[in-house]
Design a protein around this ligand. Sequence first.
Ligand code: B3K
Ligand code: ZN
Length: 878
Amino acid sequence: MKEAQPRTIYLKDYQAPDYLIDRTDLHFELEPQATLVRSRLQVRRNPAAENPSQLPPLWLDGADLELLSVHIDGELVPAQRFREMPEGLSIDAPGETFELEINTRIDPQSNTSLEGLYLSNGMYCTQCEAEGFRKITYYPDRPDVMSVFTTTIVAPATYPVLLSNGNKVDSGTTEDGRLRVTWEDPFAKPAYLFALVGGDLQSVEDEFTTLSGRTIKLQLFTEAKNIGKCAHAMTSLKHAMRWDEEVYGREYDLDIFMIVAVDHFNMGAMENKGLNIFNSACVLASPETASDAAFQRIESIVAHEYFHNWSGNRVTCRDWFQLSLKEGFTVFRDAEFSADMNSRAVKRIEDVTLLRTAQFAEDAGPMSHPVRPDSYMEISNFYTLTVYEKGAEVVRMIHTILGADAFRRGSDLYFQRHDGCAVTCEDFVRAMEDANSADLAQFRRWYSQAGTPLLDVRDDYDPDGQTYTLRIKQHTPATPGQESKLPLHIPVAIGLLGENGEDLLLDESGATTLVLHLTEAEQEFIFHNIPMRPLPSLLRGFSAPVRVHYGYTDAQLQFLMQHDSDEFNRWDASQRLALNALGELQAQFRAGETMQAPQALISGFASVIDNTELDPALVAKMLSLPSAQELAEQEGEIDAAAIIAARKFTRDTLANALQAKFLARFRQLDLHKSYAPVAEDIAERSLKNTCLAYLCATATEEALALARAQFERAENMTDSAAALAALVEYATPEVAEASLNGFYSQWQQDTQVVETWFGLQSSSATYGTLERVKALMRHPAFEITNPNKVRAVIAGFAARNFTQFHRADGSGFEFLADQVIALDKVNPQIAARLVTPLTRWKKYRGEEGGKMRASVQRIMDSGTLSRDLYEVVSKSLA
Ligand code: B3K
Ligand code: ZN
């Protein structure tokens, strides 16, 4: 739908639906360009509607549909009793209840938006969340209309697998030899959870016995060539099913659970009832073709979608402003699952890195919004890091404030009280309160107030009284539409380290970590019987999504890196040390001075490389410098050239200064074990490959020979891709080219590996020049209609290659603007995501910011934009 000035939708305008749909019977005749959809709806006046006494017209949403006919109670409805409009259909209602039949025709083949019903490599599939069902048929496409669905699919015999939600209740052949299958989903659901798949697919099968002894059939469908890549997802699914029973007491409800892998998909996966649809890259894996990171991502996404069966499907959202009700909660659930399956500290570090790099940036940019937004133009733009990741942090804080047992009582009450209902974030918080007689009144502000709070911490020690005082101030900066902020209830977990690095006892019970409840703008916390001046370990485990300022010296940070019993804060100290160093180096660069080797950082890193007491994965994280994007996210004006120079100088200086240590640790970990995607081995590989990358940064022949040897011998994708990335970054262009060509010819038949190959090049600071990125877009394996390829090549460059994208001539910005304009015609959701790096132009120094802004303006002036793109571009220019 193209509109010049899309309208804004407000949470305050929410109204209950006028009509409910008790039953939805769908009948599909699949044809690539002319699929016929017949929908029969049992319509009933909603007794809870705003004005239940009148019979208003029935509103049905619709987009890109060809209306063939409308019948009510079996009678053809004449055209004067309904009105076709650009966004839907309005029909005069004949009474309180009636049966409505609508026939429409749709064109899956030309649907490149990947919303509604579309084709991916000749396979039919659907994506309906948030508002895609209206591209299939006219319907009240809103999550508070929940209906029982029956779906019949008719298709030529070349599509032997025909799937929909629920249980298969009938199948056969039509008179003209087509296949016919009927599915029935007994659980009432909103249309966004509808799914249909039709294709020539193979499946792997397994089963799971629930806590109460029911046997569930598990099926994973994919094209025949990928059938060997399903085992890890299946294992992950079974782990997730068991975990949800054990940790939340949630059992699966249908008799069958299906997953389908699709190559063309706008995001990671979708939790359709009983029929999850996955982006192939987020479900298919084998040791030879998928990295450790991919294995872990698959485990967490499979779990996430499965967990939605309760947090999202059985209890769903009343309206899309409540999106975090299901997403924030489910991300919290999947994060805890992954923490239980792998290293808890490392999982937390990864999540916090994403939050600090990308969510903090979002919250400081033009699209800043609360976890529960107040308004939107296009809901697809609000599947954001704020709704997902900050939303998960908000749920985590409730868990921290109440404690694990009380949280479980709250979630039990929530699921029991709202099962089968469409509810709000408020209902979630209230269940947590009611189950525990708790008061979360002030805490609720986290849902309505945008922006990242900043904590300013000062301390004082009184040796005579043996008291230690922490003074904490909180301040949340203004965000668009929210000038002044109120104090939040912030749980601040802290510990105090004594002079030997031991945890001091903080109260009579002997606790060594305490959660302080910061509720005032400025508050004092006093600790008694503290025998010496302690060093505070602040915000342990990242107990709240805030920034913390405390004047740590480099020596204190090194001390925390060595001694903090909180592994997360050990890592955090290493990052603060790096940020201090990188900050100073940027200042030296800007002042035109020679950059000085960061001695404190070098000795800090030296002390952890060979620490074999620590989890190697944690060591790898401690040795990783904050990304350029994370540096850009620090407060103040961004000077891209200074960031690039300081980071490169730091990396190279560390590599040269610590070469011997990196080499020793690399050799110690270079074990040539057979591959297993288990935490211990993943940890060893991650540290080994971190060492390899530093070694290669010295660009010595010996180091590059190690990378070449690993590249040639690797039997798993983790080692192969890590070695290739090091060669692409640090070897001569000839060696890089030859390695890339060898890799491509080995893997060109494998879609997921080709995506890796694209991404590795476009995001390389040295190799991924604009010219090379343009050449990749001309490569036969590149497809502008495939979001994975677009993300690998274009976002790989614009969002993950700070060095080349921010070249001073502005050519990167011009390129991105061109791509966004072109993509908006193909897939508006992807175009609106891709433009993100440009929309943050205000934070950049004058000239660079000006060039970025000009590119955004050019997009705005390029013609009629999709609602998706218009929203982000207009907010950036406002
Ligand atoms: N609920 C889906 C996301 C749908 C995005 C629509 N633009 C996947 C997930 O979060 O589980
Ligand atoms: Zn989700």
